[in-house]
Design a binder for this molecule. Structure first.
Ligand SMILES: [Zn+2]
Ligand SMILES: [Zn+2]
Length: 220
């Protein structure tokens, strides 16, 4: 990273953040504002919260800190933040690290969040690949608490671990510009959980399980 201003020097700063910071689009948000400010380093969930290390021009780090306050994702909430300057490591880019499991889990978990407006639009759009997919979700909505087996909140620690994402879902999950970037419950008709109608003895091959269930209930 080149030093653009003579007075501006490269520093590295470590943030330790606790609060509602897992499962609410916090890491994708950090990834975005780090890249916007040309900062290298990483963000990582741990069982206590989130750890961020950023390295770059001190002006850019200041910008990052301002955005961290002003642009926080709607569902995120910072209860505690500890900041310290550490030795520079000459990282070349900014990455989201994969979480490490830890037995001393002590972080706040977001509740499940009702389907957001964008997902609702897709849900009722016949041209959308998730048309009428009952488990539609994104970085800003969907199940959280009910699917978490253990923290840190990452797909391998959720009940979604038995549903490997299809290629299209994986692309969304790995694309920082996508609104499903790192959405742990990301799924679709092809790869996610499905709904079946069970008649008490066995599964039926109903094409419209919810509609048929309603009909059967009405019939008594
Ligand atoms: Zn959504
Ligand atoms: Zn899929």
């Amino acid at each position: 990273m080149s030093n653009l201003h003579g007075t501006d020097k490269i520093i590295r700063r470590k943030f330790y953040i606790n609060g509602i910071v897992q499962g609410v689009g916090f890491r994708p948000f950090i990834y975005r504002i780090a890249n916007e400010n040309k900062l290298a380093g990483f963000v990582n969930n741990d069982s206590q919260g989130v750890i961020i290390e950023i390295e770059g021009l001190s002006d850019n780090i200041e910008n990052f800190e301002n955005l961290l306050e002003s642009d926080l994702p709607t569902l995120a909430k910072i209860d505690f933040i500890n900041i310290e300057d550490i030795k520079i490591k000459n990282d070349k880019n900014f990455i989201i690290k994969t979480s490490q499991a830890d037995k001393t889990a002590n972080t706040l978990i977001s509740p499940d969040i009702a389907t957001c407006d964008k997902c609702l639009k897709e849900l009722f759009n016949p041209d959308d690949r998730r048309y009428q997919y009952p488990f539609i979700n994104c970085t800003n909505c969907g199940p959280r608490y009910t699917i978490i087996d253990s923290i840190p909140y990452d797909r391998p620690f959720t009940s979604m671990k038995i549903f490997p994402m299809c290629e299209t879902c994986s692309k969304e999950y790995n694309d920082p510009a996508d609104r499903r970037f790192h959405a742990q419950p990301n799924a679709c008709h092809d790869c996610g959980p499905k709904i079946y109608l069970h008649d008490g003895n066995s599964y039926t091959n109903s094409k419209n399980p919810i509609g048929d269930a309603i009909k059967k209930l009405k019939e008594g």
